[in-house]
Design a protein around this ligand. Structure first.
Ligand SMILES: C[S@@+](CC[C@H](N)C(=O)[O-])C[C@H]1O[C@@H](n2cnc3c(N)ncnc32)[C@H](O)[C@@H]1O
Length: 209
């Protein structure tokens, strides 16, 4: 990551208030296993976006062991519905256990398999779709998610900056996927999009009504 952004991230992280014990346990596990989670700065943003938008029905593509989902589930509360997806059944079993221990009260489904296939099988509308799958798949997610997103709904994606690699030429296919996704969210007139450069960059795209 660009040094200045890394320094800003470290500064904000040390000022960030403590999380509940389950989130902190998940953060320790991610650090120990080098597992990429969105972390507390982005987690808080996800929580806020649910509160601001009043989102109740949320779909997550690429849930890992449930860290970002936990923020969504906490914000949506007992009236909410959250679908988590991951290629790994073990990840989702662990997510289920964290949710149970943390008392996450929204209705929750854990769907193992390719999130792009799951997207095809689901019916909308969703208030929020959060995308954190393999970066090369992002353009495909953009094409498919629109069908399921309600007007005024939010498509949120992580890792828009690929640790600064999006700035370099001769990019690998993950970076090219991200560059293409960035172009799509800014150029598609059905959406109004912003990229927020916290941590590894988060995009928030509002589907016009
Ligand atoms: C960056 S991690 C997700 C972290 C999680 N969103 C968080 O912040 O707590 C990406 C996850 O997406 C899953 N994944 C990658 N490609 C996927 C796909 N096509 N369908 C479903 N899951 C996928 C991986 O198994 C991995 O657990």
């Amino acid at each position: 990551m660009n040094m200045l952004l890394a320094d800003i991230d470290a500064y904000l992280l040390q000022a960030c208030p403590p999380r509940d014990s389950i989130l902190e346990e998940m953060e320790s596990r991610a650090a120990a296993d080098s597992f990429p989670i969105v972390g507390p700065l982005v987690g808080r943003l996800l929580f806020q976006l649910v509160c601001i938008s009043g989102a109740k029905r949320i779909l997550e593509l690429g849930s890992g062991f449930g860290y970002s989902g936990y923020w969504f589930g906490s914000a949506a509360g007992s009236g909410g519905e959250l679908i988590l997806t991951d290629l790994s059944s073990r990840n989702l079993r662990d997510a289920e256990s964290y949710f149970r221990r943390g008392g996450i009260s929204c209705r929750t489904q854990f769907r193992v398999g390719d999130a792009l296939r799951t997207l095809e099988q689901l019916s909308g509308p969703f208030d929020i779709i959060f995308n954190d799958v393999d970066k090369v798949r992002y353009p495909q997610v953009f094409m498919q998610a629109s069908r399921l997103l309600k007007p005024d709904g939010l498509l949120i994606s992580d890792n828009l900056l690929c640790q600064g690699r999006v700035l370099k030429s001769g990019a690998d296919e993950d970076v090219r996927g991200m560059q293409e996704y960035t172009r799509l969210i800014f150029q598609n007139e059905e959406y109004v999009s912003t990229v927020i450069p916290i941590r590894d960059g988060v995009s928030v795209s509002v589907k016009r009504s």
